[in-house]
Design a protein around this ligand. Structure first.
Ligand SMILES: NC(=O)C1=CN([C@@H]2O[C@H](COP(=O)(O)OP(=O)(O)OC[C@H]3O[C@@H](n4cnc5c(N)ncnc54)[C@H](OP(=O)(O)O)[C@@H]3O)[C@@H](O)[C@H]2O)C=CC1
Ligand SMILES: CC(=O)N[C@@H](CCC(=O)OP(=O)(O)O)C(=O)O
Length: 327
Protein backbone atom coordinates (compact mmCIF):
# COMPACT_ATOMS: atom_id res chain seq x y z
CA UNK A 1 0.00 0.00 0.00
CA UNK A 2 1.43 3.42 -0.88
CA UNK A 3 1.79 6.19 1.66
CA UNK A 4 -0.80 8.18 -0.25
CA UNK A 5 -3.31 5.40 0.30
CA UNK A 6 -2.51 5.14 3.98
CA UNK A 7 -2.95 8.90 4.33
CA UNK A 8 -5.80 8.97 1.81
CA UNK A 9 -4.35 12.14 0.27
CA UNK A 10 -7.32 13.00 -1.94
CA UNK A 11 -6.31 15.74 -4.33
CA UNK A 12 -3.29 14.55 -6.20
CA UNK A 13 -2.17 11.14 -5.19
CA UNK A 14 -5.32 9.15 -4.55
CA UNK A 15 -6.47 8.67 -8.13
CA UNK A 16 -3.13 7.28 -9.21
CA UNK A 17 -2.10 5.92 -5.80
CA UNK A 18 1.09 7.92 -6.08
CA UNK A 19 2.75 9.39 -2.99
CA UNK A 20 2.53 13.18 -2.92
CA UNK A 21 5.45 15.55 -2.38
CA UNK A 22 5.74 19.31 -1.80
CA UNK A 23 9.02 21.16 -2.37
CA UNK A 24 9.17 24.17 -0.01
CA UNK A 25 11.61 26.64 -1.58
CA UNK A 26 11.03 25.16 -5.02
CA UNK A 27 12.19 28.27 -6.87
CA UNK A 28 15.71 28.34 -5.36
CA UNK A 29 18.78 26.62 -6.79
CA UNK A 30 18.34 23.30 -4.98
CA UNK A 31 14.55 23.40 -5.23
CA UNK A 32 14.61 23.94 -9.00
CA UNK A 33 17.04 21.02 -9.33
CA UNK A 34 14.71 18.78 -7.35
CA UNK A 35 11.68 19.89 -9.36
CA UNK A 36 13.50 19.12 -12.61
CA UNK A 37 14.32 15.64 -11.31
CA UNK A 38 10.77 15.12 -10.03
CA UNK A 39 9.44 15.69 -13.54
CA UNK A 40 11.16 12.43 -14.47
CA UNK A 41 9.61 10.49 -11.56
CA UNK A 42 6.45 8.94 -12.93
CA UNK A 43 5.60 7.32 -9.61
CA UNK A 44 5.48 10.52 -7.52
CA UNK A 45 2.90 13.34 -7.60
CA UNK A 46 4.02 16.89 -6.83
CA UNK A 47 1.89 19.57 -5.18
CA UNK A 48 2.88 23.19 -5.70
CA UNK A 49 2.06 26.38 -3.84
CA UNK A 50 0.90 29.64 -5.45
CA UNK A 51 3.81 32.03 -5.89
CA UNK A 52 2.22 34.74 -3.73
CA UNK A 53 1.67 32.22 -0.91
CA UNK A 54 5.08 30.53 -0.94
CA UNK A 55 6.21 32.26 2.26
CA UNK A 56 2.79 32.14 3.95
CA UNK A 57 2.89 29.68 6.88
CA UNK A 58 -0.89 29.08 6.91
CA UNK A 59 -0.93 28.23 3.21
CA UNK A 60 2.07 25.93 3.65
CA UNK A 61 0.44 24.15 6.56
CA UNK A 62 -2.81 23.60 4.65
CA UNK A 63 -0.85 22.18 1.74
CA UNK A 64 1.24 19.95 3.98
CA UNK A 65 -1.97 18.34 5.30
CA UNK A 66 -2.30 16.85 1.82
CA UNK A 67 1.17 15.49 1.20
CA UNK A 68 3.21 12.52 2.31
CA UNK A 69 6.60 14.23 2.22
CA UNK A 70 7.84 17.82 2.25
CA UNK A 71 11.31 18.61 0.91
CA UNK A 72 12.79 21.81 2.39
CA UNK A 73 15.10 23.78 0.09
CA UNK A 74 15.26 26.85 2.27
CA UNK A 75 17.75 28.88 4.28
CA UNK A 76 18.23 27.36 7.75
CA UNK A 77 15.88 29.74 9.60
CA UNK A 78 13.05 29.23 7.11
CA UNK A 79 13.61 25.45 7.28
CA UNK A 80 13.23 25.59 11.06
CA UNK A 81 9.96 27.51 10.67
CA UNK A 82 8.51 24.85 8.38
CA UNK A 83 9.69 22.05 10.69
CA UNK A 84 7.95 23.84 13.57
CA UNK A 85 4.75 23.88 11.49
CA UNK A 86 5.08 20.15 10.78
CA UNK A 87 5.62 19.50 14.49
CA UNK A 88 2.24 21.12 15.25
CA UNK A 89 0.59 18.59 12.92
CA UNK A 90 1.47 15.55 15.00
CA UNK A 91 1.03 12.13 13.44
CA UNK A 92 -0.91 13.51 10.47
CA UNK A 93 2.08 15.62 9.42
CA UNK A 94 4.21 14.69 6.40
CA UNK A 95 7.66 13.19 6.52
CA UNK A 96 10.37 15.87 6.19
CA UNK A 97 13.53 15.87 4.10
CA UNK A 98 15.58 19.00 4.83
CA UNK A 99 18.28 20.18 2.43
CA UNK A 100 19.51 22.93 4.77
CA UNK A 101 22.22 22.72 7.42
CA UNK A 102 19.76 23.10 10.29
CA UNK A 103 19.40 19.46 11.41
CA UNK A 104 22.40 17.60 10.01
CA UNK A 105 23.81 16.65 13.39
CA UNK A 106 20.51 16.55 15.28
CA UNK A 107 20.29 13.21 17.08
CA UNK A 108 16.60 12.68 16.28
CA UNK A 109 17.10 13.14 12.54
CA UNK A 110 18.50 10.49 10.17
CA UNK A 111 21.49 11.62 8.09
CA UNK A 112 20.63 11.26 4.42
CA UNK A 113 23.77 9.63 3.10
CA UNK A 114 22.41 6.14 2.35
CA UNK A 115 25.90 4.80 1.59
CA UNK A 116 27.32 5.89 4.99
CA UNK A 117 27.14 2.40 6.51
CA UNK A 118 25.38 -0.81 5.48
CA UNK A 119 22.36 0.05 7.68
CA UNK A 120 21.96 3.76 6.84
CA UNK A 121 19.51 3.31 3.95
CA UNK A 122 17.23 1.37 6.32
CA UNK A 123 17.43 4.19 8.88
CA UNK A 124 16.46 6.75 6.21
CA UNK A 125 13.59 4.57 5.07
CA UNK A 126 12.20 4.30 8.61
CA UNK A 127 12.75 7.93 9.60
CA UNK A 128 10.13 10.65 9.75
CA UNK A 129 12.80 13.35 9.52
CA UNK A 130 15.88 13.14 7.29
CA UNK A 131 18.57 15.77 6.72
CA UNK A 132 20.13 15.85 3.27
CA UNK A 133 23.94 16.07 3.58
CA UNK A 134 26.02 19.09 2.64
CA UNK A 135 27.79 18.87 -0.70
CA UNK A 136 31.36 18.96 0.68
CA UNK A 137 30.65 16.51 3.53
CA UNK A 138 29.22 14.03 1.03
CA UNK A 139 32.66 13.80 -0.60
CA UNK A 140 34.69 13.97 2.60
CA UNK A 141 32.63 11.46 4.59
CA UNK A 142 32.51 9.05 1.65
CA UNK A 143 36.32 9.04 1.60
CA UNK A 144 37.02 9.06 5.32
CA UNK A 145 34.41 6.91 7.03
CA UNK A 146 35.38 3.56 5.42
CA UNK A 147 39.08 3.97 6.20
CA UNK A 148 38.34 5.02 9.79
CA UNK A 149 36.00 2.04 10.19
CA UNK A 150 38.70 -0.25 8.73
CA UNK A 151 41.25 1.02 11.29
CA UNK A 152 43.49 2.45 8.55
CA UNK A 153 43.01 6.05 9.73
CA UNK A 154 43.00 6.74 13.50
CA UNK A 155 39.96 8.66 14.72
CA UNK A 156 42.21 11.41 16.12
CA UNK A 157 44.31 11.75 12.94
CA UNK A 158 44.93 15.42 11.99
CA UNK A 159 42.81 15.35 8.85
CA UNK A 160 42.84 18.19 6.31
CA UNK A 161 40.07 18.43 3.73
CA UNK A 162 40.62 20.64 0.67
CA UNK A 163 37.84 21.30 -1.81
CA UNK A 164 36.76 23.31 -4.81
CA UNK A 165 33.16 23.94 -5.81
CA UNK A 166 31.40 25.58 -8.72
CA UNK A 167 29.67 28.82 -7.81
CA UNK A 168 26.14 27.35 -7.81
CA UNK A 169 27.09 25.95 -4.38
CA UNK A 170 26.47 29.41 -2.97
CA UNK A 171 22.85 29.60 -4.16
CA UNK A 172 21.13 32.45 -6.01
CA UNK A 173 23.24 35.31 -4.61
CA UNK A 174 26.60 33.70 -5.41
CA UNK A 175 25.39 32.66 -8.88
CA UNK A 176 24.42 36.28 -9.55
CA UNK A 177 27.78 37.62 -8.35
CA UNK A 178 29.74 35.29 -10.64
CA UNK A 179 27.45 35.80 -13.61
CA UNK A 180 27.49 39.62 -13.37
CA UNK A 181 31.28 39.60 -13.10
CA UNK A 182 31.49 41.13 -9.63
CA UNK A 183 33.01 38.04 -7.94
CA UNK A 184 36.71 37.25 -8.16
CA UNK A 185 37.43 34.29 -10.41
CA UNK A 186 38.70 32.05 -7.61
CA UNK A 187 38.91 32.25 -3.85
CA UNK A 188 39.70 30.22 -0.77
CA UNK A 189 37.24 30.66 2.06
CA UNK A 190 36.33 28.96 5.34
CA UNK A 191 39.59 30.33 6.71
CA UNK A 192 37.86 31.24 9.96
CA UNK A 193 37.78 27.49 10.79
CA UNK A 194 34.00 27.63 11.31
CA UNK A 195 32.56 26.40 8.01
CA UNK A 196 29.00 25.17 8.57
CA UNK A 197 29.88 21.73 7.16
CA UNK A 198 32.53 20.89 9.76
CA UNK A 199 30.22 19.40 12.42
CA UNK A 200 28.63 16.85 10.07
CA UNK A 201 31.99 16.12 8.40
CA UNK A 202 33.57 15.27 11.75
CA UNK A 203 30.58 13.42 13.23
CA UNK A 204 29.83 11.08 10.32
CA UNK A 205 33.48 10.48 9.45
CA UNK A 206 33.76 9.28 13.05
CA UNK A 207 36.70 11.58 13.82
CA UNK A 208 37.47 12.73 17.36
CA UNK A 209 39.71 15.58 16.15
CA UNK A 210 38.11 18.46 14.22
CA UNK A 211 39.45 18.44 10.64
CA UNK A 212 40.90 21.52 8.99
CA UNK A 213 38.58 22.29 6.05
CA UNK A 214 39.67 24.63 3.25
CA UNK A 215 36.95 25.05 0.62
CA UNK A 216 37.31 27.20 -2.47
CA UNK A 217 35.03 28.41 -5.22
CA UNK A 218 35.92 28.77 -8.88
CA UNK A 219 34.46 30.58 -11.85
CA UNK A 220 32.44 27.69 -13.27
CA UNK A 221 28.85 26.81 -12.48
CA UNK A 222 28.78 23.38 -10.92
CA UNK A 223 30.80 20.32 -10.02
CA UNK A 224 33.23 19.76 -7.15
CA UNK A 225 36.34 17.98 -5.96
CA UNK A 226 36.99 17.17 -2.31
CA UNK A 227 40.47 15.93 -1.43
CA UNK A 228 42.27 14.59 1.64
CA UNK A 229 46.09 14.38 1.64
CA UNK A 230 47.69 11.61 3.72
CA UNK A 231 51.30 10.86 4.70
CA UNK A 232 51.01 7.07 4.62
CA UNK A 233 54.00 6.38 6.87
CA UNK A 234 52.24 8.25 9.72
CA UNK A 235 49.31 5.82 9.65
CA UNK A 236 49.17 2.64 11.75
CA UNK A 237 50.53 -0.33 9.81
CA UNK A 238 51.79 2.05 7.09
CA UNK A 239 49.10 1.17 4.52
CA UNK A 240 49.72 1.56 0.82
CA UNK A 241 47.47 3.38 -1.60
CA UNK A 242 46.24 -0.03 -2.70
CA UNK A 243 45.13 -0.79 0.88
CA UNK A 244 43.12 2.43 1.01
CA UNK A 245 41.57 1.81 -2.39
CA UNK A 246 40.64 -1.73 -1.33
CA UNK A 247 38.92 -0.49 1.84
CA UNK A 248 36.87 1.99 -0.18
CA UNK A 249 36.04 -0.62 -2.83
CA UNK A 250 34.88 -3.05 -0.15
CA UNK A 251 32.57 -0.50 1.50
CA UNK A 252 30.91 0.60 -1.74
CA UNK A 253 30.77 -2.75 -3.57
CA UNK A 254 27.37 -2.97 -5.28
CA UNK A 255 26.55 0.71 -4.74
CA UNK A 256 24.58 2.25 -7.56
CA UNK A 257 25.74 5.82 -7.07
CA UNK A 258 29.20 5.56 -5.49
CA UNK A 259 32.02 4.26 -7.70
CA UNK A 260 35.49 3.50 -6.40
CA UNK A 261 37.90 4.03 -9.25
CA UNK A 262 41.06 2.01 -9.92
CA UNK A 263 44.18 3.05 -7.97
CA UNK A 264 46.06 5.95 -9.56
CA UNK A 265 49.82 5.65 -9.01
CA UNK A 266 53.21 5.82 -10.69
CA UNK A 267 52.20 3.00 -13.02
CA UNK A 268 49.01 4.68 -14.26
CA UNK A 269 50.87 7.97 -14.81
CA UNK A 270 47.74 9.96 -14.02
CA UNK A 271 47.81 12.96 -11.73
CA UNK A 272 45.03 15.27 -12.83
CA UNK A 273 41.30 15.42 -12.26
CA UNK A 274 38.69 18.03 -13.15
CA UNK A 275 35.43 18.74 -11.28
CA UNK A 276 32.69 18.84 -13.92
CA UNK A 277 32.61 15.31 -15.34
CA UNK A 278 29.67 14.14 -13.20
CA UNK A 279 27.46 17.19 -13.65
CA UNK A 280 23.71 16.51 -13.86
CA UNK A 281 24.15 13.06 -12.34
CA UNK A 282 23.71 11.60 -8.86
CA UNK A 283 27.09 9.88 -9.09
CA UNK A 284 30.02 10.14 -6.71
CA UNK A 285 33.46 8.91 -7.80
CA UNK A 286 36.20 8.12 -5.28
CA UNK A 287 39.86 8.05 -6.24
CA UNK A 288 43.08 7.18 -4.45
CA UNK A 289 46.12 8.88 -5.99
CA UNK A 290 49.20 7.36 -4.35
CA UNK A 291 52.97 7.26 -4.54
CA UNK A 292 54.71 4.10 -3.31
CA UNK A 293 58.00 5.94 -3.73
CA UNK A 294 57.15 8.74 -1.31
CA UNK A 295 54.54 6.94 0.84
CA UNK A 296 52.00 9.65 0.14
CA UNK A 297 48.39 9.59 -1.01
CA UNK A 298 45.58 11.98 -1.84
CA UNK A 299 42.00 10.74 -1.63
CA UNK A 300 39.70 12.57 -4.03
CA UNK A 301 35.92 12.62 -4.34
CA UNK A 302 34.27 14.01 -7.47
CA UNK A 303 30.58 14.91 -7.54
CA UNK A 304 28.09 17.46 -8.80
CA UNK A 305 27.38 19.82 -5.90
CA UNK A 306 23.84 20.15 -7.28
CA UNK A 307 23.54 16.38 -7.93
CA UNK A 308 24.81 13.93 -5.32
CA UNK A 309 25.70 17.06 -3.33
CA UNK A 310 22.08 18.33 -3.19
CA UNK A 311 19.14 17.64 -5.50
CA UNK A 312 20.19 14.18 -6.71
CA UNK A 313 20.75 13.03 -3.14
CA UNK A 314 17.41 14.55 -2.13
CA UNK A 315 15.55 12.53 -4.76
CA UNK A 316 17.46 9.38 -3.74
CA UNK A 317 16.42 9.99 -0.10
CA UNK A 318 12.87 10.88 -1.09
CA UNK A 319 12.49 7.53 -2.84
CA UNK A 320 13.79 5.67 0.19
CA UNK A 321 11.45 7.60 2.52
CA UNK A 322 8.46 6.89 0.29
CA UNK A 323 9.32 3.20 0.00
CA UNK A 324 9.95 3.50 -3.76
CA UNK A 325 12.64 1.52 -5.59
CA UNK A 326 15.98 3.11 -6.56
CA UNK A 327 15.80 5.14 -9.78
N1 LIG B 1 23.29 25.29 -3.74
C1 LIG B 1 23.80 24.13 -3.32
O1 LIG B 1 24.73 23.53 -3.93
C2 LIG B 1 23.27 23.49 -2.09
C3 LIG B 1 22.37 24.12 -1.22
N2 LIG B 1 21.89 23.44 -0.12
C4 LIG B 1 20.98 24.02 0.87
O2 LIG B 1 19.69 24.15 0.32
C5 LIG B 1 19.05 25.27 0.90
C6 LIG B 1 18.65 26.19 -0.23
O3 LIG B 1 19.86 26.63 -0.85
P1 LIG B 1 19.91 27.16 -2.32
O4 LIG B 1 18.88 26.45 -3.15
O5 LIG B 1 21.32 27.12 -2.74
O6 LIG B 1 19.47 28.67 -2.02
P2 LIG B 1 18.80 29.74 -2.97
O7 LIG B 1 19.14 31.04 -2.39
O8 LIG B 1 19.14 29.45 -4.39
O9 LIG B 1 17.24 29.43 -2.78
C7 LIG B 1 16.56 29.56 -1.56
C8 LIG B 1 15.08 29.72 -1.88
O10 LIG B 1 14.33 29.71 -0.67
C9 LIG B 1 13.34 30.71 -0.80
N3 LIG B 1 12.87 31.09 0.52
C10 LIG B 1 13.50 31.81 1.47
N4 LIG B 1 12.72 31.90 2.59
C11 LIG B 1 11.58 31.22 2.31
C12 LIG B 1 10.40 30.93 3.05
N5 LIG B 1 10.22 31.37 4.31
N6 LIG B 1 9.44 30.18 2.47
C13 LIG B 1 9.58 29.73 1.20
N7 LIG B 1 10.67 29.99 0.43
C14 LIG B 1 11.66 30.70 1.00
C15 LIG B 1 14.05 31.82 -1.52
O11 LIG B 1 13.13 32.72 -2.08
P3 LIG B 1 13.55 34.30 -2.18
O12 LIG B 1 14.77 34.33 -3.06
O13 LIG B 1 12.33 34.91 -2.74
O14 LIG B 1 13.84 34.73 -0.76
C16 LIG B 1 14.79 31.03 -2.60
O15 LIG B 1 13.98 30.77 -3.72
C17 LIG B 1 20.03 25.96 1.83
O16 LIG B 1 19.77 25.59 3.16
C18 LIG B 1 21.36 25.41 1.35
O17 LIG B 1 22.26 25.37 2.45
C19 LIG B 1 22.23 22.15 0.07
C20 LIG B 1 23.10 21.51 -0.76
C21 LIG B 1 23.72 22.17 -1.85
C1 LIG C 1 30.50 27.45 -2.99
C2 LIG C 1 29.72 27.60 -1.71
O1 LIG C 1 29.56 28.67 -1.18
N1 LIG C 1 29.23 26.49 -1.17
C3 LIG C 1 28.46 26.51 0.05
C4 LIG C 1 28.05 25.12 0.38
C5 LIG C 1 26.95 24.63 -0.46
C6 LIG C 1 26.34 23.45 0.15
O2 LIG C 1 26.11 22.44 -0.38
O3 LIG C 1 26.09 23.63 1.43
P1 LIG C 1 24.77 23.18 2.06
O4 LIG C 1 24.47 21.88 1.55
O5 LIG C 1 25.03 23.13 3.50
O6 LIG C 1 23.88 24.26 1.67
C7 LIG C 1 29.26 26.99 1.24
O7 LIG C 1 30.45 26.73 1.33
O8 LIG C 1 28.61 27.49 2.16
Amino acid sequence: MSLAETKQAPNVGAATKKPVVFVDGGSGTTGLGINERLKLQGDVAVKTIADDKRKDPAAKKALMEEVDLVILCLPDDAAKETVALVDTMGASGPKVLDASTAYRVAPDWAYGFPELTPDQAGKIKAAKKVSNPGCYPTGAIALLRPIVDAGLLPQDYPVTVNAVSGYSGGGKSMIASFEDGSASSFELYGLGFEHKHLPEMQLYSNLTRRPIFIPSVGNYRQGMLVSVPLQLDTLPGKPTGADLQAALAKRYAGSKYVSVMPLQNEATKSGRIEPEALNETNMLELYVFASDKYHQAVLVARLDNLGKGASGAAVQNMRLMLGLPEE
